[in-house]
Design a protein around this ligand. Structure first.
Ligand code: NAD
Length: 499
């Protein structure tokens, strides 16, 4: 291995990967096989080895799950909020008790290192606890009226059956962001993971079952987006659709949901800028930028895609970033030495390579990375070296589209206005980051950025009690915080005439 390349490690043997994990559909309180009998193999993205199998449902299975949720809805909606809260707290406790087993399965099916899998699952449990409490505080209010002869009471009631559709990059967090507020609000739900990552999800659903969620209140439908997902969106039984996925999928879901005017929460793609002002502390920026460019191998909607850096510190930034990126330890997620795993699948790696080739053809330069790590072990999985592209220009794909892979591209800014204009020059608007020493200057820039979340001197915009979601083509609606619960509730105005 060349000295200037990242240290790459991998275990000879994969502990726990014996191919025995099995996920079934959960419908009306029963675990069952798909109606067609189909199953899908789940393979470790680091090795290609079999991790387990899952039942592969179709439209009929999705319909059964929706019908079960519909049947359970009146009972769950009418249950006292305290009872729902107690069940949700029990589910969160069970998830925490089983965190090691669930994290191991998540690492094996998704690829992320075990500490990242544990962190994801711990946060999911926190989300369930939070909404358990928020659900106890759903109130109503008396509103002023134009006449003394009437009274106006405004209630908030559960919207009905919720379809919770989840991608493969954060299968457990993004499940909890949807399921927990839905159940807390009194809605019932059908959860659909991505076909490639159903295994850890099934274990989490089991926690809800064993916590005492009544039969049918939570259902698990595993299957392809164009079959199971499509049915969950188009069938009139679901009254709200909460989906995290690509912007293209979001567009399709909007069209399908239009047929029955569904409530929509769309958490879609991003193209995230990181602005580094000339007074930024590079010792603080560089680790933050490296982490947010490559955590989960860049397969995160709020990953840094574009680094917009002041010309006076550009060279120092690129050198320090590249040096740090070269030291990252890549390998199998169960190896305790490993910080970064493989990409999830072939398509993601192919898109990453395509974006890099496009940038090089347009005058970009690889400052670090830009290849598959050397060594036979890495030929079996979807590994790729964390890559930094210097001398990026706006026409490059990497500056316009979401790579969803381990690539960040650097370009120079001349002024704060220039930074804002460049940052906003995208149809996306999920997250943005600003680093600098002058907080007032950072704040003024943050106020002008077209994004649902802006981090000032932090590399994450996720906060349990704050809304998470996108502007522009990054989505509609919000998850987390009270906003996540409101998306599951319908206001009802009761106007009462007095004699
Ligand atoms: P994807 O859009 O391919 O799939 C997401 C989910 O939608 C999967 O469960 C899929 O089966 C389902 N689906 C696909 N077509 C459907 C249809 N017609 N009807 C109903 N469901 C359908 O996305 P992915 O590749 O799994 O995930 C990556 C994408 O997710 C990226 O674009 C990323 O930015 C985005 N993402 C966004 C956020 C956010 O909060 N905004 C968070 C994580 C990921």
């Amino acid at each position: 291995m060349a000295a200037d390349r990242p240290a790459v490690t991998a275990p000879e043997r994969l502990p726990g990967a014996d191919g025995s994990e099995h996920a079934r559909l959960f419908v009306g309180g029963e675990w069952r096989d798909a109606a067609s009998g189909r199953t899908v193999e789940i393979r470790d993205p680091a090795t290609g080895e079999l991790v387990g199998r899952a039942a592969l449902g179709n439209r009929d299975d999705a319909r059964s799950a929706l019908e079960a949720a519909q049947a359970a809805f009146p009972g769950w909606a009418a249950a006292p909020a305290d009872e729902r809260a107690a069940i949700l707290h029990r589910a969160a406790a069970l998830v925490r008790d089983r965190i090691e087993a669930i994290a191991r399965v998540l690492t094996l099916e998704q690829g992320k290192p075990l500490p990242d899998a544990r962190k994801e699952i711990a946060f999911a449990a926190d989300v369930v606890d939070y909404y358990a409490e928020e659900g106890r505080r759903i109130g109503g209010e008396w509103r002023p009226t134009a006449s003394t002869a009437v009274r106006s009471l405004v209630l908030r009631q559960p919207v009905g059956v919720v379809a919770a559709i989840v991608p493969w990059n954060y299968p457990i967090d993004l499940l909890s962001w949807k399921l927990a507020p839905a159940l807390a609000a009194g809605c019932t739900a059908v959860a659909k993971p991505a076909t490639g990552t159903p295994l850890a999800t099934a274990r989490v659903i089991e926690c809800f079952e064993q916590a005492g969620v009544p039969a049918g209140a939570v259902n698990l439908a595993i299957g392809p987006g164009h079959e199971v997902g499509d049915e969950l969106v188009t069938n009139p039984i679901s009254r709200a659709v909460k989906i995290t996925g690509s912007t293209e999928t979001g567009r399709r879901v909007m069209r399908l949901a239009a047929r029955h005017i569904k409530r929509l929460t769309l958490e879609l793609g991003g193209q995230t800028p990181l602005i580094i002002l000339d007074d930024a502390d590079l010792d603080r920026v560089v680790p933050a930028a490296v982490r947010r460019s490559y955590s989960n191998m860049g397969q995160i909607c709020i990953a840094v895609n574009r680094v917009l850096v002041a010309g006076s510190i550009e060279r120092d930034f690129v050198d320090a970033f590249a040096e740090r990126a070269r030291g990252l330890r890549i390998g199998h997620g169960l190896d305790p030495e490993v910080e970064y795993g493989p990409l999830f699948n072939e398509a993601t790696r192919a898109r990453t390579v395509g974006h890099i080739e496009d940038a090089l053809a347009r005058g970009g330069r690889v400052a670090t990375g830009g290849r598959v790590p050397p060594g036979a072990t890495y030929e079996r999985g979807w590994f790729y070296e964390p890559t930094l592209l210097a001398d990026a220009s706006p026409e490059m794909l990497v500056m316009r589209e979401e790579t969803f892979g381990p690539v960040a591209a650097v370009t120079r800014i001349r002024s704060d206005d220039d930074a804002v204009a460049l940052a906003n020059a995208t149809p996306y608007g999920l997250a943005a980051y600003v680093f600098g020493s002058d907080l007032e200057r950072c704040l003024r820039i943050a106020e002008r950025l077209e994004a649902g979340g802006v981090g000032i001197n932090v590399n994450d915009v996720t906060e349990l009690q704050a809304p998470f979601g996108g502007w522009k083509e990054s989505g509609i609606g919000r998850e987390l915080g009270p906003e996540g619960l409101m998306a599951c509730l319908e206001p009802k105005h009761i106007r009462i005439g007095l004699t």
